[in-house]
Design a protein around this ligand. Structure first.
Ligand SMILES: *Cc1c(COP(=O)(O)O)cnc(C)c1O
Length: 375
């Protein structure tokens, strides 16, 4: 079976270096917010081209700390993409802010900038730009809207490590960006970890305090903070793996180009490539109008296909107050998406097998029924 992602296999090449880093931390006598974290923060800021980086406990916390630092008045609205992973939305609602849902451009899966302006009210304070599946949002129109209405822009870059937009990296396209280093992400720790990047020195100082109980000088608290610290072990591991991120992303791009040129199937909608974007290809997501049948067919042929994600946030039980909303583009996307295996440890042979199985399915009536997606 070709797995969607085999973490043991993806981390295997770095085992010796990771073990050495872990040993160093174990023997150091310092385990939370220390030298390793400071060094990773410096490395990650430099990688993203941002002036500041703060290591935090996870990606959700990174988003929450950004909104906490902005300290918007109660009842403020944040423009969010309706088509995203639920963590993006949780960061808004957990701060008592109101998500204002905007449909995606079905070609990119990301927020459709043409649909943002009509949703702006006097209470709007920010736009949350989620770079879903590793493709940056179309930032230029978003920057223009933010300037016109004096809004903050927050990037959810949890799936976009190393993705670029017009030559600039994710994490350096907004007022502040949130990253997750959950093990499955393009840059993954061996546990939970996250970070915030920003070019705003005051914001960075405030977040550095907020993540550590709102304190800069021990036992003196300037803000009502929280505990969202990054530990030395994860930072040391991230410092090791960061060295290989570009190579891994290049491999992802190579595999994506292979799929895009070789997969030929009338019922499959392949992801789009845009010249001004370099995608991080966190996921390779195709759409099929009869998703479940197609997944079964792939499974029968030894390929594990997964779904990111089956239910849109506004239709989740947890968000019953939003269940009545009709966001048909997001809903259709959630009904049709399939993630094909694409990760740095996938071999050429496996990629060829995946293409072959998919292309053969054109002749399998149960896997390709004549129905064309409306998107
Ligand atoms: C993974 C992810 C998050 C949350 O990151 P955690 O580290 O799991 O908290 C947020 N947004 C998106 C788009 C993600 O993929």
């Amino acid at each position: 079976m070709i797995l969607h992602l085999d973490l043991k296999r993806t981390n295997q090449p770095y085992q010796a270096e990771i073990a050495e880093a872990m040993q160093r931390v174990a023997e150091s006598g310092w385990y939370v917010l220390g030298k390793e974290v400071a060094s990773f923060e410096e490395n990650w800021a430099a990688y993203c081209g941002a002036s500041h980086c703060l290591g935090v406990a996870n990606g959700l916390n990174a988003l929450e700390l950004i909104f906490k630092a902005f300290d918007f008045p109660a009842g403020s609205e944040v423009i969010v993409p309706a088509n995203t992973y639920i963590a993006s939305i949780l960061s808004v609602t957990s701060l008592g802010l109101t998500p204002i849902w905007v449909e995606p451009d079905p070609k990119t899966f990301n927020i459709d900038p043409r649909k943002i302006e009509e949703k702006i009210t006097p209470r709007t304070k920010a736009i949350l730009a989620v770079h879903l599946y590793g493709k940056c949002c179309d930032m230029k129109p978003i920057w223009a809207i933010a300037r016109k209405y004096s809004l903050k822009i927050v990037e959810d870059a949890a799936q976009a490590h190393g993705a670029t937009y017009q030559g600039h990296k994710a994490g350096n396209l907004s007022d502040a960006a949130a990253f997750s280093f959950y093990p499955t992400k393009n840059l993954g720790a061996l546990g939970d970890a996250g970070a915030i990047t920003t070019n705003d020195a005051d914001l960075a100082r405030k977040i550095a305090s907020l993540r550590n109980y709102g304190s800069t000088i021990k036992y003196y608290n300037d803000h009502v903070g929280t505990n969202s610290r990054l530990d030395e072990l994860q930072a040391a591991i991230l410092n090791v793996k960061l060295k290989y991120l570009e190579t891994e992303n290049q491999r992802r791009r190579e595999l994506a180009r292979f799929y895009l040129s070789e997969i030929k199937h009338p019922d499959l909608v392949l992801p789009s490539l845009k010249t001004l974007y370099e995608d991080a290809w966190h996921l390779f997501v195709v759409r099929h109008p009869k998703r479940e049948q197609f997944i079964d067919y792939l499974m029968e042929n030894g390929i594990q296909a997964t779904v990111h994600y089956p239910v849109p946030p506004h239709k989740q039980k947890a968000y019953s107050e939003y269940n009545h909303l009709s966001l048909p583009i997001s809903e259709q996307i959630h009904n049709e998406v399939i993630s094909l295996p694409l990760n740095p440890s996938l071999t050429d042979e496996e990629a060829r097998h995946i293409v072959q199985v998919i292309n053969q399915s054109v002749y399998q009536p149960h896997a390709a029924v004549g129905y064309h997606s409306r998107l």
